[in-house]
Design a protein around this ligand. Structure first.
Ligand SMILES: [Zn+2]
Ligand SMILES: [Zn+2]
Length: 224
């Protein structure tokens, strides 16, 4: 549905407002080429001097997931695009944003699990943005998306601005699993900062026998 909406939009670049000559992406070639590219650690997704399987931080203390794939940092244009997507009702952006992400994913997990939102928050916002991204991404990667496997049983306070330690303690016992998960899954979220939510979910998945956990997110930025 969002794709159809996107197709129906006028042919203007969403960033510089010049006319577009193609409809694959909502931004022009010039803007697209200026999107920042940054080598990263394949494990935690944080910037490195060159592409590495594991950075020094990950060698010392490996994350509970196996690899993280993202599109960029929480800087222009991704900050602006995600703001439009989450807070300005531009749901159709889930399609081009997940398209960018799909381009970076090799050997995708056969099942994508959006980071769950508590139903009260979903009611307030009207949708779960991680679910929209995961659905679009699953279509592009030709894999399945299961938005009911992970459940958030408590609404946690806004995590923004909290330290990693505080975030982790807020998340204790917040998630549940509704049915036995497969051996290889991917968690999908829009923004990953401290990774506290992903760590908690990964722990739960490992307890239920999951062997390989990927994380697919639009932006990865350094948390406190
Ligand atoms: Zn442009
Ligand atoms: Zn790393």
């Amino acid at each position: 549905m969002f794709n159809a909406l996107f197709q129906a939009l006028p042919l203007r670049c969403q960033l510089c407002h010049l006319r577009l000559d193609q409809r694959n992406y909502p931004w022009c070639k010039t803007c697209f080429q200026s999107f920042p590219k940054q080598p990263r650690c394949q494990r935690c997704g944080l910037p490195t001097a060159y592409t590495q399987e594991s950075c020094g931080r990950c060698l010392r203390k490996p994350p509970l997931w196996d690899r993280l794939v993202c599109v960029g940092d929480y800087t222009f244009p991704y900050d602006s695009l995600l703001h439009k997507f989450k807070y300005k009702g531009q749901y159709w952006l889930s399609s081009p944003l997940s398209n960018l992400l799909a381009d970076n994913i090799e050997n995708p997990a056969p099942i994508l699990l959006p980071v769950p939102m508590h139903w009260t928050r979903r009611l307030l916002r009207g949708f779960n943005h991680s679910n929209l991204l995961a659905q679009a991404l699953a279509r592009q990667l030709n894999v399945n998306c299961d938005s009911g496997l992970l459940i958030r049983t408590k609404a946690t306070p806004q995590q923004q601005g909290l330290t990693r330690k505080k975030r982790l303690s807020n998340l204790k016992g917040v998630f549940q699993i509704s049915s036995p998960p497969p051996e290889h899954v991917a968690l999908v979220d829009d923004v990953v900062t401290t990774g506290a939510t992903l760590a908690e979910l990964s722990l739960l998945l490992r307890k239920h026998g999951v062997k390989h956990i990927d994380v697919y997110c639009i932006v990865r930025s350094q948390g406190k």
